[in-house]
Design a protein around this ligand. Structure first.
Ligand SMILES: Cc1ncc(COP(=O)(O)OP(=O)(O)O)c(N)n1
Ligand code: 3NM
Ligand code: MG
Length: 237
């Protein structure tokens, strides 16, 4: 593994805004219809997810608000930040910890004004360090790179090479990997420099009874391969 202690490493466990290395669980309304959402996220949290994103492009606004509020309460009681995809106003209204913004979403500076200095704002950077540099300057709290593998969730996301992860470390902000990540290929990304593995299908697709186990497997990958990982989650099972 590269020297993750060199410039740029965020001080995991004690870093500002509660960001820690580990599994970043992202919901999907196709895989997790309304009635299944809370139980699925509870299972991911039991398995050690350190960050949760509510991502729903389909539900009408009142339902999105209801679900986001429920998730905010759940994540709050678990001590895990909830991030809302795309929508800073929804993040504000539901009491989430922050928002994730892509290149076609509203600006980071606008979101910062809406949510305040304590909010966690994440930015999609694809495989482009110039985008990362600009997001860094605009105050992003973590930088997301991908897609690393083929993805059923977002098949047309631009492809990324793992080398971008090590190069992104000099920003000194949590480096997030996304796109087709599974318990089988996650180790490669952690070793390449990822602090967070953002996962939809590799966590929530398939048997709902296995979500906690899959989350725990991701958590174990961090315990084994990320130098700054620390966890209060029990590792048995
Ligand atoms: C952690 C994380 N990384 C990247 C994305 C993708 O954001 P975006 O490019 O805006 O695409 P959509 O998710 O909105 O389809 C993300 N959501 N989370
Ligand atoms: C939402 C998203 N953004 C991507 C990017 O590359 O920016 S890839 C992606 C899909 C992530 O879902 P899965 O884990 O099922 O592949
Ligand atoms: Mg978006």
């Amino acid at each position: 593994m590269g020297d993750l202690g060199s410039p740029g490493t965020f001080n995991a466990g004690t870093t500002a805004k509660g960001l820690r290395p580990g599994l970043y669980a992202i919901t999907d309304s196709q895989l997790l219809p309304a009635g299944k959402l809370m139980a699925a996220v509870e299972a991911a949290l039991r398995g050690g997810a350190v960050l949760v994103q509510y991502r729903d492009k389909k539900a009408p606004q009142p339902e999105r608000l209801r679900q986001a509020r429920d998730l905010a309460a759940l994540c709050n009681s678990a001590g895990v930040p909830l991030i809302i995809n795309d929508d800073a106003e929804l993040a504000r209204r539901c009491g989430a910890a922050g928002v994730h913004l892509g290149q076609s979403d509203s600006s980071l500076t606008e979101a910062r004004q809406q949510l305040g200095e304590h909010a966690i704002i994440g930015a999609t950077c694809h495989a482009d360090l110039a985008l990362a540099s600009s997001a860094d300057r605009d105050g992003a709290d973590y930088l997301a790179f991908g897609r690393f593998f083929s993805s059923n969730t977002k098949p047309n996301a631009p492809a990324a090479d793992t080398s971008v992860l090590a190069r992104a470390r000099h920003f000194g902000k949590p480096v997030t990997a996304i796109g087709g990540i599974t318990t089988d290929n996650g180790e490669l990304l952690i070793r390449a420099g990822a602090d967070l593995l953002a996962v939809v299908g590799g966590l929530f697709d398939g048997d709902p009874a296995a979500i906690e186990t899959r989350a725990r497997q991701f958590t174990r990958l961090f315990a084994a391969h990320h130098p700054l990982f620390s966890s209060s989650v029990h590792q048995e099972s």
